[in-house]
Design a protein around this ligand. Structure first.
Ligand SMILES: [Cu+2]
Length: 169
């Protein structure tokens, strides 16, 4: 009888917890679902008179199974697309990808000249220093949340310069 009471209390606490913490939980995963870590998520502020901007992040698949990223959303943005750059006839082109496969224990860095997020339709201006919730959707139903930092063009350019030069003084 006591045990039953406890389990009823536990269930109501759990349901309360899950409904109020939906937006803030880091992961939702079952035992056999890929374990994904996202880091260094950032989106660039929209430049004047532009309708799109870019975002970068790193995704690591710590599991033994392939993970397939199918969609990304960012709070306050009407549309987010996953893009890649490719060389076509000597020209650098970018195109939308419908899904991105991340092999077991593989890390994929979204960066200038490679994979990137293309962001559109801001419902309000992105301000440097803000955090925006980024949600990644995977084909197995897994969703991963992280905060994307809003950065300026200048700081983004600086970072990519620094990572290109590999200087260690
Ligand atoms: Cu693009």
């Amino acid at each position: 009888m006591i045990k039953q009471c406890i389990s009823i209390v536990l269930v109501s606490v759990l349901s309360l917890f899950s409904s109020s913490s939906m937006a803030h939980s880091g992961h939702e995963h079952d035992a056999d679902v890929a374990i994904i870590k996202v880091s260094n998520a950032q989106v660039r502020e929209f430049l004047p008179a532009t309708t799109s901007s870019v975002g970068y992040l790193s995704i690591i698949n710590h599991s033994d199974t392939v993970a397939t990223l199918t969609k990304a959303t960012i709070d306050g943005l009407g549309r987010v697309e996953i893009h890649e750059h490719s060389h076509v006839d000597g020209m650098m082109k970018m195109q939308k990808v419908e899904s991105l496969t991340i092999n077991a224990h593989q890390q994929i860095d979204f960066k200038p000249g490679g994979y990137h997020l293309m962001i559109f339709e801001p419902q309000e201006p992105l301000k440097v220093g803000q955090q925006r919730k980024l949600t990644l959707y995977f084909s197995d139903g897994n969703r991963v949340f992280t905060n994307a930092q809003v950065v300026s063009l200048a700081s983004q350019a600086e970072q990519s310069q620094a990572s290109k030069q590999h200087t260690h003084h």
